[in-house]
Every structure is written in C-alpha cells, then in structure tokens.
Write a protein that binds this ligand. Structure first.
Ligand SMILES: [Ca+2]
Ligand SMILES: [Ca+2]
Length: 448
C-alpha cells in the first residue's frame, strides 16, 4: 500500500515542478508488475537548458560545449541513483547518455526503475518511440531518359539557375542525411561521402546501403548526370551519412538520437566545425499529438537549430487525412515537406496539417517540393523511380546546399527563411496545411 501511494505521486497528469513525471502506461507497469527483475527500456528526459539571448552570442562550438556541460551536470544524479550500491537493486543493463537533448536511454529492471523514481528529481520517464522510413511507392527500375533534367529539377527551375550561374553546384557545402546509408559506388555518388557512421545493429565502418532508400535520397541531393539525365540538385556537395535504419527501415529512438547527435559533431571533437548546416530526413513516427518536450525527435530539432543545423523532414505519406503530419516533421522549428507532382498538384498521399498538440496548433508542412515519380539512384548502379514525401525532402535539402553556397554565413533560421521566400503559392491563397507556403522555386528563393 505504501508503494501505491508513492507511485501515484508520479502521475503524468499530476505534474508538480521538480518531481519525476511518468508516462501512464509505464506507470501502471511499474506499479503492478510482480516481476521486479523484468527488464524495460525507457527514456529519461531531463530539463533542456533555457536558451536566453546570451546563447545568440555563442558560436556552434560554444553552444555544443554548453549543452554538453548542462547534460553532464544534470545527468550525474541520475547515474548515481542508478548505480547506488546501498540500494540492493540490480545495476542497469545499459545506459546511453545524450548531450544533444539532455536525455538518457536506460535499460534496467523494474526494481531499479522504481528506485530511480523514488530518488526524485526533475525528469520525465517514458517508453522510447519507434521510427521508420517514410516508405515510398516504388515504381521500378528506370531505363535511360530522353531529358537533360528530371522534372523535379525543371520545376524548381534549376536549368535556368545554371544558365545564370553555372557554378551553382553546392561546392564547399556539407549536407547531412539520416537514412538507410548510401551506395557509395554508384556512378552518381562516388567520392561524395565526407563522413559515415552506422547506428544500425551491423555497426559497419564503411558506407553501404542494404535498402536503397538512402541512396535514392542521396541521388536527389548530390547526384549528377552520369546517365545523361541530371538527377541531383547540388552535385558538388559533400555528404555526411548517418545510417540509422536497417534493411527493414525501422529503428528505436535511441538509435535515432545517436544519429542526430552524431550529425551535430561527426568527428566527436567539438573544436572542429564539421557538422553540416542542413540535414535531410525522410523518416518519422506517424502517431500525432502530445507535447513537443516529450515527443521523440522534437528536442533534437530544437538543439539542431541552436547549432545552426536546418532540420528538413518529410511530412509523411498519410494524406489526404488532415492532421496526419509525422513526427519530427510536426515539431516546432522543423521544415516539414509535402510532395507535389509534375502538374503542381499535391500528391494524394502527402500528409496534411495542421499540427494540433497539447501546446498549440500550427501549420506543417512548411514547404512542398516535387516527390511523385522521382527518378534517382538505386542500388548497384541502377536508376529507380519512387514517389513519396521522402523524395520531396531531398529536393529541399539540395536547394539548401545551393543557398548555403551563395550565402555561407547564414544561420539555420535565416536559411529556412530563404527557402520559404522561394515558395510558389499553390492551392488556397497563402500558407495552407496542404502545400505549406507553396512549392519551392530556386530562382525565387535566391536566384541571381
Ligand atoms: Ca567536430
Ligand atoms: Ca497556398
């Protein structure tokens, strides 16, 4: 009975500042489980540092060091509680700490988690979320095309931009991709990988792709015209590839977080500025709603923005239902992307806003880009045509690379504004929950 009273104090709803909060489903397991040895995997999220005006004075390295320091300090008591030898409970099986979001993944017994909760502290404990690729519609292997550019690049007026400025190719810019990896030997992508890390079970050191989705996305960002048809927006950009998905195309939140943190400092050395300024993300979790503070990915999106990394996210393929935008595309600050076709119609599958969460309502997607029947690179040197917001997203990330080449000093929010300026309004007049601000046009965004 004493225990019952104790744990009821930690209910999700009964929030009190400074006390742990716990997801109701996890709460009832910890409350009722008779197997105290049962192992659970949970996320423990500590308060993110308040980012006042003083943060604006810090450069990326300064922001990273502050985040690392805050995480070290606030996570220390949790680590101590988990390893307290006097409590007669088993040590946790596994603990992973993240500075990017000030969160921890803890794999431990029910008994150990009960001890952690009763130790108090200001944190949230919940089950990890599961994320997956935004699965595309695969139309198959494509033969040679009679055109010089894919329709997507034509729609965005890349040929016109190149006539005015033939050097607009993304040189000197790094673009991050979190996906299924990359087939680096593909003729469109060879020599373009600046860094690679594998967060799937295989943990390999060399770039590879055992699915094909990541290679297709990479082709739209940085592919050239090896087949005679230009497929990529920024063929001279270098790619920072985090493989977060296995061949099934799904991953747990801790793998996703590890990838998102790696992107912010690929060489693990805060004093070298090797993070990309834009990341292409064609994945999500389509369960809507909640509070951005407690949804997987949203804290990382906020931290990326502070580190001058623009988070470009596929809106999802759950349209035409309203309020169907996936997370993290739905998160505040994310650049959620919808998919259009050759006639500038929205794809039926493209997820629609608005986003309605406990903290408010806002419009996502922010922008749209071509994503129906997109020709790009496939595995083993092939070319494949696919449809999805997954295909629209790298068009925008590639455009961001061209914008960064033209304006190397812009921060993430300014970079987002440049892209939004390039939106061609479609559908209902003005910003709407189907197209966002509209379909991206390179000339309108930053053309000479
Ligand atoms: Ca670094
Ligand atoms: Ca509109």
């Amino acid at each position: 009975m004493r225990k019952t009273v104790l744990f009821l104090l930690f209910s999700w709803a009964g929030l009190s500042w400074g006390a742990p909060r716990i997801e109701p489903r996890l709460h009832s397991i910890l409350l009722s489980s008779t197997e105290s040895e049962r192992i659970l995997k949970v996320m423990v999220e500590l308060p993110v540092p308040r980012m006042g005006p003083e943060w604006r004075l810090l450069n990326r390295q300064g922001v990273q060091l502050r985040l690392m320091q805050e995480a070290r300090n606030s996570q220390a008591p949790i680590l101590r509680a988990l390893t307290d030898r006097s409590s007669f409970v088993a040590r946790p099986k596994r603990v992973k700490q993240y500075w990017l979001t000030n969160s921890m993944m803890v794999e431990a017994s029910v008994g150990t988690l009960r001890v952690l909760l009763s130790s108090g502290g200001d944190f949230v404990m919940r089950f990890p979320e599961r994320f997956s690729l935004i699965q595309p519609y695969v139309h198959g292997v494509a033969g040679s095309q009679p055109k010089a550019f894919t329709y997507g690049l034509e729609k965005m007026r890349l040929p016109e931009l190149l006539r005015k400025d033939p050097t607009a190719d993304g040189r000197g810019v790094r673009v991050g991709i979190l996906d299924t990896g990359i087939d680096e030997d593909h003729q469109e992508l060879h020599g373009k990988v600046a860094a690679f890390a594998d967060f799937s079970e295989r943990e390999e050191n060399r770039p590879y792709d055992d699915h094909g989705h990541g290679t297709h996305v990479a082709g739209t960002i940085a592919g050239g015209a090896a087949s005679g048809t230009r497929i990529g927006v920024a063929p001279a950009a270098k790619l920072v590839i985090g493989k977060i998905f296995d061949e099934e195309g799904s991953a747990d939140e801790d793998q996703i977080l590890a990838g998102m943190q790696w992107i912010a400092d690929p060489d693990g050395n805060p004093s070298t500025d090797d993070a990309p300024h834009v990341v292409s993300n064609s994945w999500g979790n389509h369960v809507p709603g909640g509070d951005p503070q407690n949804r997987g990915g949203c804290r990382a999106v906020t931290a990326w923005l502070k580190l001058s990394i623009l988070p470009v996210f596929a809106a999802g393929n759950h349209g035409p239902r309203v309020q169907s935008v996936s997370v993290p595309a739905a998160c505040p600050g994310a650049l959620g992307i919808g998919a259009t076709d050759e006639n500038d119609e929205i794809a039926r599958f493209s997820s629609r806003g608005p986003v309605v969460w406990s903290t408010g309502t806002w419009i996502q997607p922010v922008l749209s880009a071509p994503g129906v029947k997109t020709l790009s690179a496939g595995l083993n040197g092939r070319y494949v045509t696919m449809s999805g917001t997954s295909m629209a997203t790298p068009h925008v990330a590639g455009a961001a690379a061209l914008a960064l080449q033209a304006f190397p000093q812009v921060g993430a929010e300014e970079l987002g504004r440049i892209l939004i300026r390039g939106a061609v309004d479609l559908g209902p007049v003005g910003q709407d929950p189907t197209f966002g601000y509209g379909r991206l046009d390179l000339i309108k965004a930053f053309g000479p």
